[in-house]
Design a protein around this ligand. Structure first.
Ligand code: PGA
Ligand code: ZN
Length: 399
């Protein structure tokens, strides 16, 4: 049984406060986890409260339901208690930030009681031996960097890497190669919130640079590397402007679908996340129909890790993969339910960080536990390498 839950404010990677939870069990098991935080947040996500308010609300409502009552190793029981304590359907009572920190910390305490690594506690002893391909953010802008590309993320995808370690290093090599190519072009580049280069260049030029860096790295390393995008198009979409705003240019929905389909064909993109607005199931379905064979069309703001919204998407034929962010829905159990529904319906799962992160490594374990095809967790920067290095350790049986 859970003996104590401690909550505190700690820093996230943007320097903002976030919620950290410690869970201690009666038998001495211990787990600690912290909530990440988005910038291009989906409209339908569970509600993140001001951390101080989230902590106060969780202390008042959630901790009394957990201490002495819930087993850390029984994730469904812990997460049901969090829902009951919250009393809303979007975690606006205790905050999704308090909920997800406690949910993940309890999972770690449960694993600690078992003496098992977290991925094994979550995935079971007989889980598969496959590892996710890391999607590495190498160039980006949007809400993650000012005066950079309109497209939020250009993502390296080392799909042919023989091991997760070689995949992680491949993404770092693409990131480094891009720095050289930008230098050659005389383009200065700071880094955005996720450590990607944030150069003041057009999207068209970014496609060229990333394509060249990916080809160069592919030749150097000798296995297939493709790339993809997170367009975060809900941030580009402006109904009053009549469509998707790229600086002075506005694309209608039909033009946006054509543009994405053309880029998929020209650059053999392996992955396109949120190519359309978060309410446009129809547009997602049309695009998926057009490009879906060799390309994952992924719903992030569209699905927000929410089983109900995923079910609507499945009915509409919208997308063929789902981004999984535990803090979008508030608990690991809810995230698992979304993963399960996706899998039953042939949707690929992509476990993901947020633009505001901590050193927490839970998502690396979640991706391995659930046999996710991909994990999106950046390329460089300590809060990103925390997850990538954990993947390498898991593959090495060293956690
Ligand atoms: P966010 O961005 O964490 O700022 O929402 C990540 C994403 O859109 O995938
Ligand atoms: Zn996204």
């Amino acid at each position: 049984l859970i003996a104590n839950v401690a909550l505190r404010r700690v820093l996230d990677s943007r320097g903002n406060p976030t919620v950290e939870a410690d869970v201690l069990t009666e038998s001495g098991g211990f787990g600690r986890a912290a909530a990440p935080s988005g910038a291009s947040t989906g409209e339908y996500e569970a509600i993140e409260l001001d951390p101080a308010k989230a902590i106060a609300a969780a202390r008042e409502h959630a901790i009394p339901r957990l201490v002495g009552d819930a087993h850390a190793g029984n994730q469904r029981e812990v997460d049901a208690a969090l829902h009951a304590a919250d009393g809303t359907d979007d975690f606006s009572g205790i905050g999704a930030n308090s909920a997800v920190a406690i949910s993940m910390a309890a999972a770690k305490a449960g694993a600690d009681v078992l003496g098992a690594p977290l991925y094994q506690h979550l995935g079971g002893t007989f889980r598969g031996e496959s590892f996710p391909t890391p999607l590495g953010n190498v160039v980006g802008g949007g809400e993650h960097a000012k005066e950079a590309t309109h497209i939020q993320e250009f993502l390296a995808a080392p799909v042919g890497a023989p091991s997760v370690s070689e995949a992680v290093f491949a993404n770092a090599a693409v990131h480094a190669r891009i720095s050289e190519l930008l230098d050659e072009r005389g383009v200065p580049a700071a880094k955005g919130d996720e450590g990607a280069w944030a150069p003041p260049i057009s999207d068209a030029e970014a496609f060229e640079v990333v394509d060249e860096a990916v080809s160069d790295t592919e030749s150097e390393l000798g296995f297939e590397i493709r790339f993809g995008l997170d367009m975060a198009a809900a941030e580009l979409y402006d109904e009053d402007a009549g469509g998707y705003v790229y600086g002075d240019e506005v694309k209608s929905t039909a033009e946006q679908v054509d543009y994405v389909a053309e880029m998929v064909a020209e650059y053999d993109l392996v992955y396109v996340e949120d190519p359309l607005d978060e309410d446009d199931y129809e547009g997602f379905a049309e695009l998926t129909d057009r490009v879906g064979d060799r390309t994952l069309i992924c719903g992030d703001d569209l699905f927000v890790t929410n089983v109900g919204r995923l079910r609507d998407g499945i009915d509409a034929g919208a997308a063929n993969s789902i981004l999984i962010k535990p803090n979008q829905i508030g608990t690991l159990s809810d995230a698992f339910d979304a993963i399960e529904l996706a899998r039953e319906n042939g949707y690929e799962t992509v476990v993901s960080h947020r633009s505001g992160e901590t050193e927490d490594t839970t998502i690396a374990h979640l991706a391995v536990a659930t046999d996710a095809g991909f994990i999106k967790t950046g390329t460089v920067g300590g809060e990103r390498t925390a997850k990538l290095n954990e993947l390498i350790r898991i593959a090495d049986d060293a956690v």
